[in-house]
Write a protein that binds this ligand. Structure first.
Ligand SMILES: Nc1nc2c(ncn2[C@@H]2O[C@H](COP(=O)(O)OP(=O)(O)OP(=O)(O)O)[C@@H](O)[C@H]2O)c(=O)[nH]1
Ligand SMILES: [Mg+2]
Length: 311
C-alpha cells in the first residue's frame, strides 16, 4: 500500500501559537506553552500518523516546532536561530504560523528569507481565528501576506480551540512525498522524558515569575532515576543574579515549593509513576551570553554525555 511521509517545520514569530499547534496536532503535550514570547528554545519533534481515507494514503507527518523568529541579542538567541535553521534543513513543507491579531513585520520577512533556498511548500497558517470578530477581517491580512510570498495554501485555524486542524492535516498530507514512515507508529517524539521534565519545570517558572526572570532562567535535570513506581528527579534552576535567586526561592521557600509541586504533578502525568522531585536554584552570572553553557543546555548534547558517546 503506498504511503506518504515527510518533515513539516512550524515557524513564525514568538507567541504566534506554534507550540500550541504542535501539541494540538499530535494530541499530546510535547512542548511547553506560555503567554510570554520566546518560550520555546529548541526544536521539538511531534509525529502524527493519519490512517488511509478516501482522499489520502496513510501518512506520517513529522512536525517540528521551533523557537520564535526574532533578532537575537545573546548566545541563547543565536542558538535559537540555529535551531530554526536546522529544523528547516531538508523539510518537505513549512507552516508559517501567524497570529491574526498582528500585522506582518520584519520578523515574518526574515522567516521567509530563511526559506529562500528551500524547496519546501510553504503554507500560510492563520492562527487564533477564535479572537476575530467576523472572518472578513482576514481578507486584508491575507492580501498583506500574499505580497510577501507565493504560498502553496492559506489555512485559517485556532490551535487553542482545535478549529480547522483536520483540514490543515489533510492539506499537509497531500503535499508530502510518497515514502515509507520514518518512525514507528507508536512514537510521538524524539525528546527523552528527562528533557521534557526539565521543560515542565521551566514552564512553571515562566508562569509563576514576571519581568526579566522568565528569560533569565533555565533548567537542567541533574539526575533521573526510574524505579518501578517512582521516579526520582533532581534538577537545578539557573538564574543570572542573586536577587533572582531570592525571588525563585521566595519567602520561606514558598515560591520554589509552588513551582516544584505543580511541575511534579505534570511530570507524574507524563511518566505515569509517582515522582520525587528535588529542586535547587543556582546563579550563573550572564549565562545567556555564555556559548559553552548554552551549548550544554542542548539535550542532544546532554544525551551524548549521558550515553558516553560524547567528546
Ligand atoms: N486565543 C488563542 N490563543 C492562542 C491560540 N494558540 C495559541 N494561543 C496562545 O498564545 C500564547 C502563545 O502560545 P505558544 O504556543 O506558546 O506560542 P509559540 O509560537 O510557541 O511561542 P514561542 O515559543 O515563544 O515562539 C499562549 O498564551 C497560547 O495559549 C489560539 O488559537 N487562540
Ligand atoms: Mg513555542
Amino acid at each position: 500500500m503506498p504511503s506518504r511521509s515527510g518533515f513539516v517545520c512550524i515557524i513564525g514569530r514568538p507567541n504566534a501559537g506554534k507550540s500550541t499547534l504542535l501539541n494540538a496536532l499530535v494530541g499530546e503535550k510535547l512542548a511547553i506553552i506560555s503567554p510570554k514570547p520566546q518560550t520555546t528554545r529548541n526544536r521539538i519533534v511531534g509525529i502524527v500518523n493519519l490512517p488511509k481515507s478516501k482522499t489520502q494514503d496513510p501518512t506520517q507527518i513529522i512536525l517540528i516546532d521551533t523557537p520564535g523568529v526574532h533578532k537575537p541579542d545573546s548566545s541563547l538567541g543565536r542558538k535559537m536561530l540555529v535551531e530554526i535553521r536546522e529544523a528547516l534543513e531538508g523539510c518537505n513543507a513549512v507552516l508559517l504560523l501567524i497570529d491574526v491579531a498582528q500585522k506582518p513585520d520584519a520578523r515574518d520577512k526574515f522567516a521567509l528569507r530563511m526559506l529562500k533556498d528551500s524547496r519546501a511548500e510553504v503554507f500560510l497558517v492563520l492562527n487564533k481565528i477564535d479572537l476575530l470578530k467576523g472572518k472578513d477581517k482576514l481578507l486584508p491580512l491575507i492580501e498583506d501576506y500574499k505580497d510577501l510570498h507565493q504560498f502553496h495554501d492559506i489555512i485559517p485555524v485556532s490551535a487553542l480551540k482545535n478549529d480547522g486542524l483536520d483540514t490543515l492535516l489533510e492539506r499537509i498530507a497531500l503535499a508530502l512525498p510518497v515514502a515509507p514512515p520514518y518512525f514507528p507508529k507508536d512514537q510521538m517524539t524524539d525528546q527523552p522524558t528527562r528533557f521534557m521534565a526539565a521543560e515542565m519545570i521551566r514552564e512553571r517558572v515562566l508562569i509563576e515569575t514576571a519581568e526579566e526572570l522568565p528569560y533569565a532562567t533555565t533548567v537542567i535535570v541533574d539526575s533521573f532515576e526510574e524505579e518501578l513506581k517512582l521516579t526520582r528527579i533532581a534538577a537545578t534552576i539557573y538564574c543570572e543574579r542573586e536577587g533572582q535567586k531570592g525571588i525563585l526561592i521566595g519567602k520561606k521557600g514558598q515560591m520554589l515549593k509552588k513551582i516544584g509541586t505543580s511541575a511534579r504533578l505534570q511530570i507524574e502525568k507524563m511518566l505515569g509513576t509517582r515522582v520525587f522531585l528535588e529542586l535547587f536554584v543556582k546563579v550563573h552570572p550572564n549565562w545567556r551570553q555564555s556559548r559553552d553553557f548554552v551549548e550544554e543546555l542542548d539535550w542532544r548534547r546532554q544525551l551524548e554525555h549521558l550515553t558516553g558517546s560524547g567528546r
